[in-house]
Design a protein around this ligand. Structure first.
Ligand code: ZN
Length: 93
């Protein structure tokens, strides 16, 4: 898959640990802990554009934290930059 920004195929995947913090929208946001994400990040080694997919349980936690509901995820509706259906393969961790 080519980079969405510069179309380079010079990309590499890296394991990552991240904390997503809830946007500050008042004092009530101060009491919310961030959500830990363990995912792989695909980095374009030419322009630096990076992307990752947040795992489903963390998506639900983020949606709940911002006061919304997570919709059931349907990967067949996600298209690649080339317009093909996104194929998801899950590897054992
Ligand atoms: Zn790029």
């Amino acid at each position: 898959m080519a980079c969405v920004l510069c179309t380079s195929t010079n990309e590499a995947e890296f394991p990552a640990e991240m904390i997503l913090h809830f946007p500050f929208s008042g004092l009530h946001a101060l009491n919310k802990n961030g959500v830990f994400i363990y995912s792989k990040v695909l980095v374009c080694l030419d322009c630096g554009f990076s992307r990752f997919t947040t795992p489903e349980p963390e998506v639900a936690t983020l949606a709940k934290g911002v006061g919304r509901h997570a919709k059931p995820w349907n990967p067949s509706k996600v298209l690649t930059p080339e317009g093909n259906n996104l194929r998801i393969t899950r590897s054992a961790v």
